[in-house]
Write a protein that binds this ligand. Sequence first.
Ligand SMILES: Cc1cc2nc3c(=O)[nH]c(=O)nc-3n(C[C@H](O)[C@H](O)[C@H](O)COP(=O)(O)O)c2cc1C
Length: 215
Amino acid sequence: MIRVAVIIGSTRPGRNGEAVARWVHDLAVKRGDAEFEIVDLKEIGLPYLDEPMPPAMGRYEHAHTRAWAETIASFDAFVFVTPEYNHSISGALKNAIDFLYAEWNTKAAAFVSYGSAGGVRAVEHLRLIMGELEVADVRAQVSLSLAADFEDFSVFRPAAHQEDAVVAMLDQLVAWAGAMRSLRTSGESGNSGDLGASVDSGALVDYAAASVGDS
Ligand SMILES: Cc1cc2nc3c(=O)[nH]c(=O)nc-3n(C[C@H](O)[C@H](O)[C@H](O)COP(=O)(O)O)c2cc1C
């Protein structure tokens, strides 16, 4: 069965993200065409990225990175539940994404955002990030307004039509997750995958230097 992570992208005390993610999860588990699990970045508790090698090398030194890699590797698709902070995603979510590479590749993603303008600017940034990670992001998305879908900007009361938006988004996501899984298991994805498995240590140093130069 397709496995989907519902990732809570905010970590601050009093966050709205947890209620939004639980609402998505409650709707999702009624479907029966995939398994859905909440992945809470607050519980994961990653530090700022502290791996010496670029994640695309797949040479994870720290136990927390290996545990995070194992978690993400176990899923076929992701629903990113993201706030909009300064017209982008949260630092915590970007950091958690940056920790890994191959574990995201050739999978599918969808977005549930919230903010004064529905969090759509955060999602536009997230779509660019997904491209670099070789993740196929579906068009259908859920945009929640702090004014219309929350009371006092803090108590989540989604408008009725938002449930339909979740269904439409998950319909696309589960279909694309299946297609991406076929591509992954066929070995013909053409993705860059775990570069570290196929290069020698000299090339690793060159790659690390080049990736600094790329930035
Ligand atoms: C650091 C910060 C920056 C924010 N910037 C924006 C913004 O650019 N646009 C917006 O619509 N809302 C912005 N907000 C409001 C958040 O979207 C709103 O507080 C939301 O509930 C944050 O998600 P969270 O409660 O899960 O942390 C910002 C909030 C914070 C804490």
